[in-house]
Design a protein around this ligand. Sequence first.
Ligand SMILES: [Zn+2]
Length: 121
Amino acid sequence: MHSSAVVQSILNIALETAEDYDANSITEINIEVGKLNLMTTDKIKYIFDVLSKNTIAENADLIINETEVKIKCNDCSYIGSIDKANNKMSPMALCPNCGSPRVNVLSGYDLKIGNITIEKP
Ligand SMILES: [Zn+2]
């Protein structure tokens, strides 16, 4: 999916949720982004700013939380989280136990909505 389409779908969920609660504005939106997702915080914020113009989410604070990467190694059977903090630019995950690149990424690419905070009239 195109990156702006992902942000649009997050915005849509926030707007629909706010509407269900008769909110007149959204003050805060939490987004969960996996550490392997290549969209930077700045890019997400920029796209959000553009898309939320003239909606009730226009002035919402966007809070972006990075979530852990979980892998399963095909060589040593390690299952667990890896720290991608030192290698943010590489989309490839390596096993922290044996260094193998033959891993299945169980989670880490996702970009999804967390909690939102709304304001009522
Ligand atoms: Zn391994």
